[in-house]
Write a protein of this length. Structure first.
Length: 406
């Protein structure tokens, strides 16, 4: 079930970046065992509202396809369980604060001695080297310090604006999954594992390719441009008579076709707009000319005419409209998955398609401690040992967890 079927992943991550990484691996078929802290579990369990039943929607989104076990790694029993899981794992992913894994006795050097083939992946705010290696970081800090907030917003003199989506968290998770798969390819060739790491800061920086190119080439820091592109025009949102649309008339062919749709051939002869460089140099004037014309007709008219002319375009959807879009549905990007206590729950689908080994959202997110007993049994702990671990407080089962969390 998926191209990563058979890959065993120990997931010591929480909230967003790490769970994004293990979500990608799980959706592509990996067996992911999510380890949650005792007594509360992943912090996303408390990101409410909204809830679906008694579960946080945020947790359900990030942790489908994973098995859940609750461990206290500070107890001898919890450490023993983790060592056993690591012994046969292919991948370990963690996003604890700096130094935490070493203090717990599960840093890279120690785990590599136990399992030399292990791929050990760390996600952090700023990486494991450099002057900020001891800092904790969140998406907000990454967006600010990477420069993103300086060029996001409506105008160059406006306040700093954060991108609405937690892009450094999600990008870091995707980069970590990419790194793991690259390391796995190396292991298939050599039999050796390695340490893979990335950070929210670096993940945010790689979102700035265009702006970084401009800054490095000119020595000038780009500023906010609203929805406009820093290198091409027109490539932005325009308001029609009823709502907003986006138009990608950036290259010369699409620019001329846009003018045909607008019935504005005179703009093609305007020296301010003749080439792409001219249009960028006179962007405000270009916006004014085009905006006045787009506001004369409704969005449906322009979208139909632009699409017929071969100009990239689209409506500006809200989130509900995006989720209901026929392309979203056709690509299985909104699906239902069965949750053990909630029944069918809607979630986002797998964004990578495979012709021979399709991934799948197979199961809903685990209840806190849902698979503790089954995982312990599968890894060789007998009933007496499991009872002893529970009495020690080293593990938590689903029923006990409901009492503590609920």
């Amino acid at each position: 079930m998926g191209p990563l079927s058979g890959l065993k992943v120990v997931d010591l991550t929480h909230v967003m970046a790490g769970p994004t990484c293990t979500l990608m691996l799980a959706d592509m078929g990996a067996e992911v065992i999510k380890i949650e802290k005792i007594p509360a579990g992943d912090d996303t369990r408390y990101m409410v509202p909204p809830r679906i039943g008694d579960e946080a929607a945020a947790f359900l989104m990030m942790n489908r396809n994973k098995k859940g076990i609750a461990l206290d790694l500070k107890t001898p029993g919890g450490a023993k369980v983790l060592r056993r899981l690591i012994g046969s794992a292919d991948v370990l992913v963690e996003n604890f604060g700096p130094g935490v894994m070493d203090r717990l006795g599960f840093g890279y050097a120690e785990t590599a001695r136990q399992n030399p083939a292990l791929i050990y992946c760390s996600l952090s705010g700023f990486g494991r080297s450099g002057p900020y290696k001891h800092r904790r970081g969140f998406d907000l800090m990454a967006q600010a310090m990477s420069g993103i907030m300086s060029f996001t917003g409506e105008n160059p003199d406006g306040p700093p604006v954060k991108c609405g989506a937690p892009l450094s968290d999600i990008t870091a998770g995707i980069l970590a999954a990419l790194g793991i798969l690259a390391a796995y390819t190396h292991r298939l060739k050599t039999g050796r594992g390695q340490w893979v790491e990335t950070s929210l800061f670096e993940a945010a920086l790689v979102q700035t390719y265009w702006q970084a190119a401009i800054a490095l080439a000119t020595g000038v820091a780009p500023k906010a441009m609203g929805s406009a592109h820093p290198l091409n025009a027109p490539y932005q949102a325009f308001e029609a008579s009823d709502k907003w649309i986006v138009v990608g008339g950036a290259n010369q062919k699409h620019w001329m076709r846009t003018l045909d749709v607008l019935g504005a051939p005179e703009l093609a002869r305007d020296p301010r707009f003749k080439t792409g460089a001219d249009r960028m140099a006179h962007l405000k004037q270009l916006e004014a000319e085009l905006s006045a014309r787009f506001q004369t007709r409704p969005a449906a008219h322009w979208l139909s005419a632009l699409e017929e002319a071969g100009v990239p375009c689209g409506p500006v959807n809200d989130m509900l409209q995006a989720l209901a879009d026929p392309q979203t549905i056709a690509r299985d990007m909104v699906i239902e998955v069965e949750h053990s206590s909630l029944g069918a729950v809607k979630t986002l689908g797998l964004p990578i398609k495979f012709s021979q080994t399709p991934g799948k959202v197979r199961s809903g997110a685990p209840r806190y401690g849902e698979h503790t007993a089954a995982i312990l049994s599968a890894y060789g702990f007998d009933a007496d040992e499991i009872a002893a671990l529970e009495n020690e407080g080293a593990v938590a089962m689903a029923i006990l967890a409901q009492e503590k969390v609920g």
